[in-house]
Design a protein around this ligand. Structure first.
Ligand code: FAD
Length: 116
């Protein structure tokens, strides 16, 4: 990891971006308004165009083509995003994440209360 105060490398940028995306999905409304849906779609569709890691952006764009964003509500969106992250995990040879635990990881924390 680069020393504090240095520009992020691909790993740091990835961790920060996934944190932002999973947390935003975890707090996305159960019943989003048309405006909220449209903006979530734009946020996700902007990544293949703007994400500052060229090969990441390109592969994510292909994945979005075959797996359209599920912006109908927080549960569907959180699961969809977990599956997209797992696609990247698989590509990088990382362990797959259990998507049943996505709220525990990004919203509620574990039931033992150690994050409270
Ligand atoms: P990360 O993968 O960053 O995950 C952070 C934390 O999220 C984990 O510790 C875990 O608690 C949790 N988590 C893991 N999987 C899931 C899941 N499926 N759902 C919910 N939570 C989960 N890097 C490359 O080298 N090549 C690429 O092509 C590439 N493409 C990327 C595309 C996108 C859109 C993004 C956002 C990142 C990409 N990255 C890519 C970065 C890569 O995904 C990782 O962020 C980076 O390698 C650091 O990995 P990490 O092991 O620290 O954990």
């Amino acid at each position: 990891e680069p020393p504090a105060g240095c520009p992020p490398d691909v790993e740091q940028l990835g961790r920060a971006t996934w944190m932002f995306l999973h947390t935003t999905a975890a707090y996305y409304p159960e019943k989003p308004t048309p405006t909220q849906r449209a903006n979530m779609l734009m946020l996700l569709r902007s990544l293949p165009i703007l994400y500052p890691c060229g090969w990441c952006a390109e592969d994510f764009g292909k994945d979005l083509q075959s797996n359209p964003p599920q912006v109908g509500g927080r549960e569907a969106l959180s699961r969809w995003l977990c599956e997209r992250h797992n696609e990247v995990n698989q590509k990088l040879g990382k362990e797959s994440f259990d998507c049943a635990k996505v709220d525990e990881r990004w919203k509620d924390g574990p039931s033992d209360g150690r994050c409270d």
